[in-house]
Design a protein around this ligand. Structure first.
Ligand code: SF4
Length: 345
């Protein structure tokens, strides 16, 4: 397979070059072995993350969007070393995250916390809310029981829960309240970076909007930096300063959120957008609809050339042979598509 450029990964997610980012990811790779036997030998290689690169400035939100199997959640887990990458580089506050031992990294993990999709699964049902939210404080801070309880009450207040929730159990709460507890727990030790992986996907629409607004307020008040991962492009747009669209383990388009949302370049981004309902029925009818045919290809057997070629309504003959690579485009944007890189001319 030919590559038109050497551009993957281009760090085109950086909006400016004069500000040192809090997070820098370069050429991240992760391959799983499907059907591997003893000692993970044999099996089929599945490239879950294939040369991903991005950066996030302090106080900013980078949204990663893509369908199931795009590699977005794996990317978040690699960043926090919940999974070990095969290769690549992750720097946090200027320090190499991957070269330190796991025990040293655990100490640094207080600055990097994660919020998961299912708060019920991430909270121990046998522990009170006070014990769950206080657990990171127990590990990372030397506080008395009373001081810890005070801090937990303060955190519950920050996420809009009454102090008496301290003695409740997860089963006594709604999904939205449990996700507020999960947020309080993640923020209890003052992290700088929060990776939110489908943090509102399990909630109903009105609760989603409450939790998203809460996360935005907390970001402003606590100067948090977010990596916000979701399959829902309108949710990602609402939360993000910049967006990276992933498909089959790669970033295929990235840029400022409004630009990606209003003027998408990659046919996959356009298809994701055309699937979002618009409140105005007239605008909905006049909007071009791009219906993708087929399923996401098996990542163990990605297509030759462009990885989107098997579903792209605009595919050309060269798309079956030449990998477009991620090419810088408009200011701080990049796209992996021959229609925009000039390779088709
Ligand atoms: Fe479609 Fe070709 Fe662009 Fe890939 S490179 S997104 S197949 S037009």
């Amino acid at each position: 397979m030919r590559r038109a450029t050497t551009a993957q990964p281009v760090d085109a997610t950086a909006a400016t070059v004069d500000e040192a980012p809090l997070v820098e990811v370069q050429d991240l790779h992760k391959t799983f072995r499907r059907g591997a036997g003893f000692l993970r030998r044999g099996g089929t290689a599945v490239r879950a993350v294939d040369g991903v690169g991005f950066s996030i400035r302090e106080g900013e939100t980078l949204g990663i969007v893509g369908e199931s199997g795009s590699g977005k959640s794996t990317t978040g887990r690699l960043l926090l070393r919940l999974l070990e990458p095969d290769s690549g580089r992750v720097r946090f506050a200027g320090q190499d995250v991957l070269s330190v031992s796991r025990s040293e990294f655990r100490r640094r993990r207080r600055d990097m916390q994660m919020i998961f999709q299912d708060p019920y699964a991430s909270l121990d049902p046998t522990k009170t809310i006070g014990a769950s939210v206080g657990e990171p404080l127990k590990i990372f801070e030397n506080l008395s029981r009373a001081e810890r309880d005070d801090r937990v009450r303060e955190m519950l207040g920050r996420v809009g829960l009454r102090p008496d929730y301290l003695t409740r159990y997860p089963a006594e709460m709604s999904g939205g309240q449990r996700q507020r507890v999960a947020i309080a727990r993640a923020l209890s030790i003052n992290p700088r970076l929060v990776v939110a992986d489908e943090a509102v996907s399990a909630l109903d629409v009105s609760t989603q909007s409450d939790v998203l607004n809460l996360m935005r307020h907390l970001q402003r008040d606590l100067r948090l930096t977010y990596l916000f991962i979701s399959h829902n492009l309108s949710v990602v747009r609402h939360m993000s300063d910049r967006i990276a669209v992933m498909y089959l383990g790669r970033i295929v388009e990235t840029g400022p959120a409004e630009q990606v949302y209003l003027e998408p370049l990659h046919p996959y981004t356009r298809a994701l957008l055309s699937a979002i309902p618009v409140p105005d029925p007239l605008a909905q009818r006049s909007r071009p609809k791009i219906v993708l045919t087929g399923d996401v290809p098996d990542p163990a057997h990605p297509p030759a050339g462009c990885n989107f070629v098997s579903r792209c309504p605009l595919a050309m003959s060269m798309c079956h042979e030449v990998d477009p690579g991620l090419e810088p485009m408009r200011e701080s944007s990049a796209v992996a598509c021959h229609l925009h890189t000039g390779n088709s001319r």
